[in-house]
Design a protein around this ligand. Structure first.
Ligand code: NCD
Length: 314
């Protein structure tokens, strides 16, 4: 049985030889009515349960669309914190045990507590997918991020990736940094206000994996060297000290001027939602890849679901 818990569980071979080609095939199947209906039989009869304890638009809907497009049946708890027995004090583990007894084939969980999804996996006898756990990980986001780099730039090896924003609290940057370490000669520049610097555990992971990285607050130099600029939102809901939030909320914002520092062949990514850190004036620039990136989430999540059930076509 497979779970999806951390981005680093996906090695390079699985990514580039299985998941990315599967996502490419799925994308093109959408252009052919016959292939699209064939896709709808791929995981027919299986049930996906989405259990979201925290807000989501892209992740929940893309899993839902992914499952439906593979012929699965989907059940949803959108606001599990309020609408499940969790509110009565039931433990996550008990909740999962009960849900498993109703025979879902896979449970996708988003939770506000770091490590909660791994705990859920410990109580589950069906595959669990981590759709984001607190300040922990968001592995399927990292997969769609890498897939976007591969599609847009043709390779991940050798890229200079600038990762910026709230690096202390953002889980997408953690998952991305861990999975970039699977590729060769990647260089990472972290750009963050001093109060929101990337965690020591991530830096330790990169050192162990031999990934070169640096930290800076100098946006202009970083952007001018980047192949990929990966920007993120200040995670207001995870910053408990309101004075800290006030200090950092407008830390960096990317507009046309900042994009003019970027190389012509680079791309600007963001896991979304954006709340001012990438201005709308950037959208018309062809290097702005964030909406294409979000779309890629559908194809890669379909590939991940196929992989979970060993159903990637040969
Ligand atoms: C991210 C998340 O939930 O971690 N959103 C997403 O899934 N695309 C990013 C964020 O909320 O800032």
């Amino acid at each position: 049985m497979r779970h999806v818990l951390r981005s680093q569980q996906f090695d390079r071979e699985l990514l580039t030889n299985q998941l990315f080609p599967a996502a490419d095939r799925i994308r093109s199947a959408f252009d052919s009515p016959a292939e699209r209906s064939a896709l709808r039989t791929s995981l027919q009869g299986r049930i996906l349960l989405n259990q979201f304890f925290e807000a989501s638009t892209r992740t929940r809907f893309s899993f839902e669309f992914a499952a439906i497009n593979l012929g699965m049946t989907v059940l949803n708890t959108e606001n599990a914190k309020v609408f499940s027995s969790f509110v009565k004090g039931e433990s996550l583990e008990d909740g999962i045990r009960i849900l498993c007894s109703y025979r879902p084939d896979v449970i996708v969980i988003r939770h506000d507590e770091t490590g909660a999804v791994e705990r859920a996996a410990g109580a589950s006898n069906v595959p669990i997918v981590n759709a984001g756990d607190g300040k922990g990980q968001h592995p399927t986001q990292a997969l769609l991020d890498l897939y976007t780099m591969q599609r847009e730039l043709g390779t991940i090896d050798g890229l200079h990736v600038v990762i910026g924003g709230d690096l202390a609290n953002g889980r997408t940057v953690r998952s991305l940094a861990c999975s970039l370490s699977k590729f060769k000669d990647v260089h990472i520049t972290f750009v963050a206000p001093s109060l929101l610097r990337v965690g020591e555990d991530i830096k330790e992971h990169l050192r162990e994996q031999g990934v070169s990285f640096e930290e800076t607050e100098d946006l202009k130099t970083a952007l001018s060297q980047a192949d990929v600029v990966y920007w993120t939102r200040i995670q207001k809901e995870r910053i408990t000290d309101p004075t800290l939030y006030e200090k950092v909320k407008d830390a960096y914002s990317i507009g046309k001027e900042e994009m003019s520092w970027m190389k012509p062949k680079s791309i600007l990514m963001h896991p979304l939602p954006r709340v001012g850190e990438i201005k709308e004036e950037c959208d018309e620039d062809p290097r702005a890849a964030y909406f294409r990136q979000a779309e890629n989430g559908l194809f890669i999540r379909m590939a991940v679901l196929q992989w979970l059930f060993d159903a990637i076509p040969a």
